[in-house]
Design a protein around this ligand. Structure first.
Ligand code: SAH
Ligand code: SF4
Ligand code: F3S
Length: 441
């Protein structure tokens, strides 16, 4: 069939979408960039905030229109991912034209089930929502097509933290770490296809405890050391880290592993201890600042990014001030910030003192102004410096090439002397709206 796949949400979803794509291609289906040319539409969905859910339902309306007007005998619409898991009943009720609803731990079964869907066109919507990831990765092993110099590699599924605002433990299930051997073999596969940078993925990668070759469960720092030995791999990153699990071994790894980049996404969510407690984040602002300082002690140039939620139930003006103060102390290089969005089945949705939209919007604006000014400050500090940039793709203009420096800032260079995949010394000459501009030295 001619398939079109759209991925919403986080990098773990993107990784899953790429695996679905690889599996479909290996079964002789063809990928379409244009939804109107497809007769198999897959939406790999995200449920993290309400807006994400809404987006799916509007995209589904459009897909149904295409289905109704199509001349194809077989036209299949599949909803995969986190909304499929958390709201499959709503989807069945509201969108009877959807052929299959498949949660994140069942996506590997999509290609096998397409033949069923074709042969039994009048069957009820297929629902696959088991929450056990054990057989997920077996099906992916060894069928990777080359995509980019920089690739994602999921090392862990699910989450056991149950932050009170978050749907992920309900959509991706319990925490599960892949074995070291499986991860190393996938990394080798990616490298053999030309990948130079790998970002390890999990909702909580610092609690990684996959089976090692010695029969023991390994920690993230051990895995990083193992991967750093692979020849051909130029850069290693990992995300997302929960501050409560970052230990000294990780800080040492940032000092001692040359290919481990000095940039860490370390979401704090809030700078107020009382809000952090209600969020069930299991760390205090003091502990968070200790972690930041420890990492900077071992790796002084370490840059940090973070996620923030404003307007969590009960957040007072002074709680919000605590967040602002914390931001001023850490000085982030980039950030993501969101208004709290109540999610079905989560404890925070039922808490008293929900904050009004107006206050959420006001606080978000104040926070984002500060974060944006920190980001431009960080960018401006690079001007005049010589930085190592890994080129990942061609730029918009013919002699332009785009890459990232070690701190994950986007860098654009006008040159025809650098190739995708090169790491070059670049003198930063200016800042742009999206990052840095530099020249080859
Ligand atoms: N596992 C990661 C985060 C995954 S979700 C961690 O613990 O840091 C990505 C981000 O979405 C979160 O860091 C949080 O800032 C935001 N988020 C999650 N649930 C949310 C909600 N209900 N409302 C608003 N933002 C939310
Ligand atoms: Fe959600 Fe918290 Fe798990 Fe992150 S650590 S995925 S925010 S429950
Ligand atoms: Fe969204 Fe699921 Fe990722 S809810 S953020 S796609 S884990």
């Amino acid at each position: 069939m001619n398939f079109f796949i759209k991925s919403y949400g986080c990098q773990m979803n993107l990784y899953d979408s790429q695996r679905i794509e690889d599996l479909l291609l290996s079964k002789q289906h063809s990928k379409m960039e244009d939804i109107e040319k497809a007769n198999l539409i897959i939406f790999n969905t995200c449920s993290i905030r309400e807006k994400a859910d809404d987006k799916l339902f509007s995209d589904l309306g459009r897909a149904n229109l295409l289905k109704q007007t199509s001349k194809e005998i077989n036209f299949i619409i599949i909803v995969a991912g986190c909304v499929a898991q958390s709201r499959f009943q709503d989807i069945l009720k509201r969108c009877p034209y959807v052929d299959a609803v498949v949660g994140p731990q069942d996506i590997q079964n999509i290609p096998d089930r397409i033949d069923d869907l074709i042969q039994h066109r009048d069957m009820d919507t297929l629902v696959l929502t088991k929450l056990d990831p054990k057989d997920k990765f077996e099906k992916f092993n060894n069928i990777f097509s080359f995509r980019s110099i920089s690739e994602f590699l999921t090392i862990q599924e699910g989450c056991d933290n149950f932050c009170t605002y978050c749907v992920v433990p309900y959509t991706r299930g319990r925490e599960f770490s892949r074995s070291v051997q499986e991860i190393v073999s996938e990394a080798k596969n990616l490298i053999s296809r030309g990948c130079k940078e790998i970002t390890l993925l999990g909702q909580n990668v610092n609690s990684y405890n996959g089976l090692g070759d010695d029969g023991k469960n390994w920690r993230l720092s051990q895995l990083l050391w193992e991967l750093s030995k692979l020849s051909g791999l130029k850069r290693l990153r990992y995300t997302t880290s929960n501050p409560k699990d970052v230990d000294e071994d990780i800080a040492k790894a940032h000092r001692d592993i040359p290919i481990l980049m000095p940039f860490l996404h370390l979401p704090v969510q809030s700078g107020s201890n009382s809000v952090l407690k209600k969020m069930n984040r299991k760390y205090t602002r003091e502990k968070y600042l200790d972690v930041v300082n420890m990492l900077r002690d071992y790796r002084p140039d370490m840059a940090f990014s973070s996620d923030f939620i404003v307007g969590f139930p009960g957040e007072s003006d002074s709680d919000f001030e605590d967040t602002i103060n914390l931001v001023k102390r850490v000085k982030y290089s980039q950030s993501y910030s969101f208004k709290y969005s109540p999610r079905q089945h989560t404890p925070a949705a039922k808490m008293d003192n929900q904050i009004s939209e107006k206050i959420k919007a006001e606080r978000l604006k104040v926070l984002q102004n500060l974060l944006n000014s920190q980001q431009s400050e960080f960018n401006k500090n690079s001007i005049g410096k010589i930085e190592q940039v890994l080129f990942v793709k061609k730029g918009r203009n013919s002699n332009q090439i785009n890459g990232r420096n070690e701190y994950f800032q986007a860098v654009t260079v006008n040159t025809d002397k650098a190739e995708i995949g090169d790491i070059s010394n670049i003198k930063i000459t200016n800042v742009s709206t999206h990052g840095l501009i530099g020249e080859l030295v």
